[in-house]
Design a protein around this ligand. Sequence first.
Ligand SMILES: [Zn+2]
Length: 306
Amino acid sequence: MSKWVTWVCALLFVALISTAPAYANTTLRVIASFSVMEELVKRVAGDTVSVNVIVPRGEDVHRWELTPPNVLALEETHIVFYNGLGLEPWIRHVEAMSDDNLTLVEVAREADYTPLIISTGQYKGELDPHMWMDPEGAAAYIDVIAETLAEHLPDQAEVFYTRAEEARKALDNLNLAVKERLEGIPQTNRTLVTSEAGFGYFARAYTFAAQGVWGVNHETQGSAQAMAKMSEYLTMNRPRPPALFFESTTPSIHMDALSREASIPLAGPLYVDSLSGADGPAANYSAMLHHNAEVMHTALGGATAE
Ligand SMILES: [Zn+2]
C-alpha cells in the first residue's frame, strides 16, 4: 500500500472515530494538553465528561506539533486545559482556530500557587511552567479545573468540588510519602542536575538545589555554550553531586557526555513532561513522583545516609 493510500485510510479512520459514540453520550467535551493535565482533569471530571489529550504519553509536550487527529478532536471540543506559561508553544495554533464555542484555560497562570523564575537559558527571567512537579502545585491546578467545569456544568458543580477535595487529600498524602522517601538523602547530596531545568518546583518543595543544562526543552538543547557552563559547574562546584539525571522525554546524550567528562554516574530516567505508558514506572501522577523519589533515593545516597 502506498504512503498516500495509508494516509487517506488514516484520515478516514480518524473521521470515523471522531464521530463515534465516545462523544455521543456526553454533553461536555474536554481536551488536556498533555498526560499529567489529562489525569488531573479526569480526577475532577469523572465519567460524564469526555476527556482527550493532545500530546501522547512519551512525547515531549514542549516540542509537539498539532496533528490532523488533534485538529479534528479540537473541532469537537468545548474546553482545552493547557498548562501555559510557555510550556506548549504550539498552543498558539489552537488559539488561532478557536471560536466562541471553545474555552482555553491556561491552568498554571490561573493557579493559586507561587511561580518560580527560569534561571538559565534562552527563557531566563520568564515564569517556570513546571508547577505540577510539586503536589501542591498540582492541587492548585485541581482547583482551577473544578471551577472551570463547575462553570460549564453548574448542575454538577457539587460533585466536581467533592472530587477536587478528594484529589487534594490524595495529593497531600502523596506529598508526605515523597517527603518521607527523600528524607534519608543527606543535605550535601541534595542537588538535581538534569538536562532541562524542570525540577525547580520539586526542589523548592523538597529542599533540593536544581540545575539544568538548558532552561526549557523548546530552546536549543545542549548548545556548546550550555554544555560548557554545566561542565564548569560540575568541575568547580563543591560538594560534587553524587549523580546526574536524564529525563524520559529528552535524549540522554548530553547528560551522558557530562557524566563521562565529570566522572559522575548518570541515573534515570526521571519523569517530568510526560507520564509513561500503562506498563511503565510512571503510569499515573502518583507513580511518577514515587518513581522519581526512588531514583533519587538510590542515586543520591538515601540508602547509605548516616
Ligand atoms: Zn519541561
